[in-house]
Design a protein around this ligand. Structure first.
Ligand code: HSE
Length: 428
């Protein structure tokens, strides 16, 4: 058997400790599969003395993760600190420049600096792998780079933020408001330190941008992702969607069109009976569509100690086996610059708004929709409150541009109270 492969782990939070446990518990199994043993030689984290529920006393300690990245007895740096810049970026750059392979779970870092890091890895002849960055334990990066390597990919979709899916599921099941469930999620520790990363769709947008880069051979373009969070989804929306046979999910869709790369992460209505509609709680789902293979649906835990560490170890074991695949599935220099395009696929839309309850108010909305070329499929007024009339409209298929033009026009007439909600209905 070859020499052991030596890991340096930067970051001993939930995922870092998960990796330590797998390396310790499955040493023989991993050595048999990889053809060489995998050892941890050094670790680094913010606090040395914390009780982490795993024995790390046998590993060298580094206060400075960059020093860990440069150690002569480390072959792979496992970066699990997180953050799009700062120490995580410094560690990754230092490791690649020092001739180490890097495995990380850091979607924010890769969404912002993936191209430069992939180029640095390749110019140093090293691997940069990030299976754990997208949808936790679901092997969707491998599925795209390896399993579907013979396909032209038509579309990538996914529910890739467990916290948002938990919030939406809990709202529906308990009939609770967004604000109440958000507070619960906060109490349970489900939210990122900056909750906007979750509920603003940013974390899921990072993941979609990474998958799109692999699927379509383009440089990661997070700036090109149209982002909408779940914070304006109300319990009324969830109930109305349910009455029509739909559920609301924070869904990412990326596809290459003749106009460019469409990437959109936004709450959508999906049929209750579809795989995406049946996705409960914090679970993630990634749907990949290839021209030869058809549709692949991958479902599993999108976060947490075991699932995310499982994905980290898959990358580590690939490197141990000598499998060297470019970070985004083809050499970084050959990735095209993405031309971002606004999502324009014709879809039906769910519109909810509150109107002033006075003569002609609804007519103004109907006229604005008509002028923008949007045709109404169904409409309902419900729960009048004093001078206000909540209205729900489902349109025939149209474009987001047309919906937004109509909303601008009817909002300008002064009959609408507050901001209307417009959600696409995806037949997935
Ligand atoms: N906050 C993320 C989620 C963690 O809820 O899915 C994994 O990226």
């Amino acid at each position: 058997m070859s020499d052991p492969l030596r890991l340096g782990i930067a970051g001993l939070g939930t995922v870092g400790i998960g990796v330590v446990k797998i390396v310790q518990q499955h040493a023989a199994l991993i050595a048999a599969r990889a053809g060489r043993s995998i050892e941890i030689t050094a670790v680094s984290a913010r606090s040395r003395d914390k009780d982490r529920g795993a024995d790390i006393s046998g590993y060298a300690w580094e206060d400075d993760p960059v020093a860990l990245a440069r150690r002569a007895d480390v072959d792979i740096v496992v970066e699990l600190m997180g953050g799009s810049d700062g120490p995580a970026k410094a560690v990754t750059e230092a490791a690649l420049s020092a001739g180490k392979d890097v495995v990380c779970a850091n979607k924010a870092l890769l969404a912002h600096h993936g191209q430069a890091l992939a180029e640095r890895a390749e110019s140093n002849g090293r691997a940069l792998r990030f299976e754990a960055a997208v949808a936790g334990g679901i092997p969707c990066v491998k599925a795209l780079t390896e399993g579907l390597a013979g396909n032209a990919v038509a579309r990538v979709m996914g529910v890739m933020n467990g916290t948002c899916n938990y919030i939406l599921t809990r709202m529906e099941e308990a009939g609770l408001s967004y604000e109440t469930v958000f507070a619960e999620a906060d109490q349970l520790g489900f939210l990122e330190a900056d909750p906007a990363l979750d509920v603003g769709g940013i974390d899921a947008g990072h993941k979609l941008a990474l998958l799109a880069a692999i699927a379509f051979g383009t440089r990661v373009d997070f700036e090109g992702v149209e982002l909408e969070g779940i914070d304006r989804v109300s319990i009324d929306d969830i109930r109305h969607a349910g009455d029509m046979g739909y559920r609301i999910k924070l869904l990412g869709v990326a596809q290459m069109t003749g106009r460019g790369l469409e990437q959109r992460m936004a709450p959508c209505l999906v049929p209750k009976k579809s795989p995406l509609g049946q996705l409960p709680g914090a679970t993630n789902m990634v749907v990949l569509e290839g021209d030869a293979v058809g549709q692949i649906v991958l479902r599993g835990a999108g976060a947490g100690e075991g699932p995310t560490a499982s994905a980290v170890m898959a990358d580590v074991i690939d490197i141990a086996r000598g499998l060297r695949i470019p970070a985004f599935g083809r050499p970084a220099a050959s990735l095209d610059t993405a031309v971002p395009a606004r999502a324009r696929a014709p879809l039906a839309y769910y519109l909810r708004m509150t109107l002033q309850d006075r003569p002609g108010a609804l007519a103004k909305v109907a006229a604005a929709l008509g002028e923008a070329g949007v045709s109404i499929d169904r409409m309902r007024q419900y729960d009048h409150k004093e001078n206000f009339a909540p209205v729900l409209i489902v349109t025939h298929k149209t474009t987001r541009d047309a919906i937004e033009a109509a909303i601008d026009n009817f909002t300008a007439t002064g009959v609408v109270v507050g901001e209307p909600v417009a959600l696409a209905i995806q037949q997935v």
